[in-house]
Design a protein around this ligand. Structure first.
Ligand code: FAD
Ligand code: MLT
Ligand code: ZN
Length: 505
């Protein structure tokens, strides 16, 4: 029986994720089925004959059954969830995906699609013995049209690799997130990932122009258009964007890439309170206009978590709140001047107490690292309850002090940070260890409060395994009924990512 494990680092970035990999020789997370008291559904169990079939369509080495090999695919990034899969399949083409899924559907075997396994709501790992369908070998770039900016690629391409590739042609990927070195474009599509520049480039429902996906019965749905305008019938791509692997397996995407900004500038500011953060956001929109590409906030504890736990440098002093502003424009002198003028103006007004503005790549990187590392910065300190909610800006930060008061010294830390431009706040609650008791103090409290404030209980990470029972705080019964009807239509046997997204009736 395995007690500890050294995880494989499936990451081609030497940035954040590698810095934060903290898996070596640690105790395994509790099984999700026990921790959250879930009953296995009546699916088939993988038999030797099934393994032989999988080996016949893939090859011996692309069918993992060794316990050590399978283990990393059973555990999520934040180590909240652990499944019990016995087999991981690594298809290399849409045809192989289609054959596997059709076979599983015929045999009533449940399937858990997995991309980079950076999801934060337990959607990417099995709960019981679902077959893990690892998409990482579908990693070919099919075409890049330099004039239109349309990239067509397979689902397993890593976001950062795509970005590196399109940058050579003066383009960028329309999304960027701290997990870029590991997450895959198919995973991004399936979660409708938001990220750091959504306020400028919009979400994936807009940027993704077309999708190829495999339905539960193995049918390949080809909606891989490259046209920005295509009003021929229902817009089927949207069914797959954000459906977290429950309606189909995304195998290819076509995506619109914006032009590479000639000038990038980053400002990092210290601010005295949250009201000043909001005023600064309003002012930034007015002063920076079309060049504003990110407006992120983090409270002292959030930045301090990156500084103290990961030893990252903070380029300015300590303040109650921090704001990161980025511009993407076409004229370096003009953009830096604009940002500096904004800094001067708001230092004079007192909204900014201290700050730095830079266009030097290494310095910009230092600032972004500090922000992007918050996600994993407390994982070595204890157990992290993680929330990803959107709340109208006036009440955006309310929950953080409320939670601090409610939890008192039961929490080691509670902090808030996120994408102000999208009304999306992340709240991390660090406790010494997971207990049901502390869990029940936090949930459903957080979701109730978000609902009272007319927010969404999942702004960008999705519902996954961790939140189906709370989805009603953001969606009413009529919406949930239609979702169930869609699920039944597209996956009548319910084999695709069971226990995720939709609550039991
Ligand atoms: P996985 O984690 O493997 O899977 C996520 C979900 O999609 C699962 O339900 C899985 O079953 C399904 N899935 C994956 N691939 C496919 C496919 N090809 N077909 C069908 N279903 C599939 N998210 C944000 O939105 N914004 C952020 O700023 C952000 N920052 C992050 C920073 C860090 C450090 C980390 C660890 C995570 C962050 N995330 C963020 C969450 C996560 O990275 C995203 O949700 C990402 O899009 C997941 O991609 P993935 O390839 O890792 O998918
Ligand atoms: C982020 O904005 O950093 C990500 O969504 C991950 C997180 O919630 O920590
Ligand atoms: Zn985020």
């Amino acid at each position: 029986m395995l007690k500890s494990v050294v995880f494989l680092l499936r990451c081609n970035s030497n940035r954040i994720i590698r810095d934060q990999v903290r898996y070596a020789s640690q105790a395994l997370p509790q099984l999700s089925s026990e921790k959250y008291n879930v009953k296995r559904k009546q699916f088939g169990t993988v038999q030797e004959s099934d393994i032989n079939y999988f080996k016949s369509i893939l090859s011996e080495e692309r069918v993992l059954t060794d316990e050590n090999d399978v283990l990393p695919f059973n555990i999520d990034w934040i180590k909240n969830c652990r499944g019990q899969s016995k087999v991981v399949l690594k298809p290399r083409s849409t045809e192989e995906v289609s054959k596997i899924v059709k076979y599983c559907n015929d045999k009533h075997l449940a399937v858990c699609p997995q991309g980079g396994n950076t999801g934060l709501v337990g959607g990417s790992v099995p709960v019981f013995d679902e077959v893990v369908l690892c998409l990482g070998l579908l990693n070919k770039i099919i075409s890049l049209d330099e004039i239109s900016g349309v990239l067509i690629c397979e689902a397993g391409c890593i976001l950062e690799s795509l970005d590196t590739c399109v940058r050579e042609r003066n383009l960028i990927m329309p999304l960027d997130l701290g997990a870029k070195g590991t997450c895959q474009i198919g995973g991004n599509a399936s979660t409708n990932a938001g990220g750091l520049r959504l306020l400028r480039y919009g979400n994936l429902h807009g940027s993704i122009l077309g999708i190829e996906a495999v339905k539960a019965d193995g049918t390949v749905i080809d909606c891989l258009t490259t046209m920005k305008k295509d009003n021929t019938g229902y817009h089927l791509k949207h069914l797959f964007i954000g459906s977290e692997g429950t309606l189909g397996i995304v195998t290819k995407v076509s995506i619109n890439c914006p032009v590479l900004p000639k000038a990038v500038t980053v400002g990092f500011f210290g601010v005295k309170d949250f009201q000043s953060v909001l005023k600064l956001y309003k002012s930034a929109k007015l002063s920076l206009g079309e060049i504003l590409s990110a407006f992120e906030m983090a409270d002292f504890n959030a930045i301090n978590s990156s500084v103290t736990n990961l030893n990252l440098p903070n380029p300015i002093d300590e303040y109650p709140f921090y704001v990161l502003v980025e511009t993407h424009g076409s004229d370096e002198g003009h953009d830096a001047e604009k940002l500096n003028r904004f800094l001067d103006k708001e230092m004079e007004s007192g909204l900014i107490i201290d700050g730095t503005v830079t266009s030097e790549p290494a310095k910009m990187q230092t600032i972004w690292n500090l922000r992007e590392s918050i996600a994993g910065s407390s994982l070595t300190r204890g157990y992290v309850f993680k929330y990803d909610v959107s709340i109208p800006l006036g009440n955006y930060y309310d929950l953080v002090p409320m939670l601090r008061k409610k939890l008192g010294n039961k929490a080691l830390d509670v902090y808030g940070y996120g994408h102000i431009g999208d009304s999306n706040i992340h709240i991390n609650i660090v406790v010494p260890e997971y207990t049901k008791e502390i869990g029940s103090q936090i949930e459903p409290y957080v979701f109730e409060e978000v609902s009272k404030l007319n927010g969404s209980i999942s702004a960008e990470h999705g519902v996954g395994f961790r939140k189906p029972q709370y989805i009603h705080y953001s969606k009413n019964e009529s919406a949930l009924d239609l979702m169930r009807e869609l699920k039944t239509l597209m996956d009548p046997k319910g084999i695709l990512n069971p226990y995720k997204v939709l609550p039991e009736k």
